[in-house]
Design a protein around this ligand. Structure first.
Ligand code: IMP
Ligand code: MG
Length: 197
């Protein structure tokens, strides 16, 4: 049986919050923005759905998992999900090491594809995926990112839906990681220097 005071009965060692420097975007701000974005996306999907073709949401693992989980529950359309893995920031790196797809895409002939990623940084991931999706025959390709860094490479990469523009800092939380940690932080935050080792 669940007891409401159970959470207070133990001490948390290695809590995710101890390494946080600043919270940039709170969970409440994220929730409100995701709802707004979903409304825009739903309106566009409505016009796409008119041609009877399948709509495929393509979340980029692993960073987009929280974002896409919240986003899809706000979309009323019949959509397929196709998860893709792109390797770009292996391990403790905080700079893109190039983007490569970890498995082949399915045949996407005549389908409408919406790529969903956590953050637009160098733009390599989104540019590579957009090309790969188009090469698999998609009828249309759109891109949705929660965050975009205010740097030329990101700003010059076409994207249709953008949650927040942020300064050029390394951020974690709400799915974004450093060395695969901090994804479970509900807010978007920067890390203390000592944590970035
Ligand atoms: P891009 O290919 O350089 O645009 O990078 C996209 C991928 O790099 C994202 O999907 C993230 O997984 C990762 N990334 C870029 N910037 C950050 C960051 O500030 N924190 C965590 N991951 C990041
Ligand atoms: Mg990623």
């Amino acid at each position: 049986m669940f007891r409401s005071n159970e959470r207070k009965c133990f001490t948390i060692h290695c809590a995710v919050h101890t390494d946080i420097d600043r919270i940039l975007i709170t969970r409440q701000q994220i929730a409100a923005r995701v709802r707004d974005m979903a409304q825009c996306i739903a309106a566009d999907l409505e016009s796409l759905a008119g041609d009877g073709r399948d709509i495929v949401l393509m979340p980029v693992l692993t960073g987009s998992i929280l974002f896409v989980a919240d986003l899809i529950r706000e979309l009323p359309h019949k959509i397929k999900l196709h998860l893709v893995t792109v390797s770009s920031y292996p391990g403790k790196s905080t700079a893109s090491q190039g983007a490569s797809l970890q498995s082949e895409l399915p045949d996407l002939t005549d389908q409408h594809v919406l790529i969903v990623d956590d953050i637009l940084d160098s733009g390599r991931t989104i540019r590579m995926l957009r090309d790969a999706v188009a090469a698999r025959g998609a009828r249309s390709v759109r891109v949705c990112v929660l965050l975009r860094k205010k740097i030329p490479s990101a700003l010059e990469t076409p994207a249709d839906y953008i949650g927040f523009d942020i300064d050029d800092e390394f951020v974690v939380g709400y799915g974004l990681d450093y060395d695969n940690f901090y994804r479970n932080l509900p807010d978007v935050a920067t890390l203390r220097k000592e944590a970035l080792r």
